[in-house]
Design a protein. Structure first.
Length: 194
């Protein structure tokens, strides 16, 4: 059963709060606030756990696909995230899907999305090759997911505590997702915390 939207929002807020506060605290302890906020694969994984399983309908609902059990990794030396998930079509297991992707930031949604994802391999549940129709369904799901569903959601209330911040870019660097802001991330005043 998919968690409620309130539960998912709380999980995302807690994860980002921990990252933001620890990153800002470390920067302030060194005497130099940073314009970057690093998000680890584990933190994104926590967000994904609250967002999956995902349902996808194709051909006006005639065919459906479910993606479940996501696992995200961020290679130390790469510039793309790697993700894998189990896929099933109309209740029948298809297999495990591996993909890689760049990132893009949507300022209106305050979220990080997959950008130009590609299916690297699919291991069918029952061996052999995946049927072309099922491969097409996986590709359609991936296009839909990358255009409409965040990989990671930033919390606007938390960002408001850090002043007039605006995200300028996101990138993969050093095994983390790095969010670059227009100004240094300062520690919020404790008296301003809700």
């Amino acid at each position: 059963m998919k968690p409620s939207i309130v539960t998912r929002i709380r999980a995302g807020v807690v994860a980002l709060a921990l990252v933001a506060v620890s990153t800002a605290a470390a920067a302030w302890a060194q005497g130099k606030p940073s314009q970057d906020l690093a998000v680890s694969a584990e933190q994104v994984q926590g967000y994904l756990q609250s967002e999956f399983p995902r349902q996808f309908q194709a051909l006006g609902g005639l065919v459906s696909m479910t993606a479940s059990n996501p696992q995200l990794t961020i290679p130390e030396g790469g510039d793309r995230v790697q993700m894998q998930f189990d896929a099933s079509a109309s209740g029948n297991p298809l297999g495990r899907v591996w993909l890689s992707s760049g990132l893009r930031y949507d300022a209106d949604k305050m979220a990080v999305f997959l950008d130009a994802p590609s299916v690297d391999r699919v291991v069918p549940t029952h061996g052999g090759e995946l049927r072309s129709r099922d491969r097409q369904l996986v590709s359609l799901f991936l296009q839909d997911y990358a255009s409409t569903e965040p990989l990671y959601q930033l919390d606007p209330k938390l960002l408001a505590n850090f002043g007039n911040l605006r995200v300028e870019s996101t990138r993969v660097e050093g095994g983390k997702i790095v969010v670059h802001f227009n100004q240094p991330v300062g520690m919020p005043e404790l008296s301003d915390a809700p």
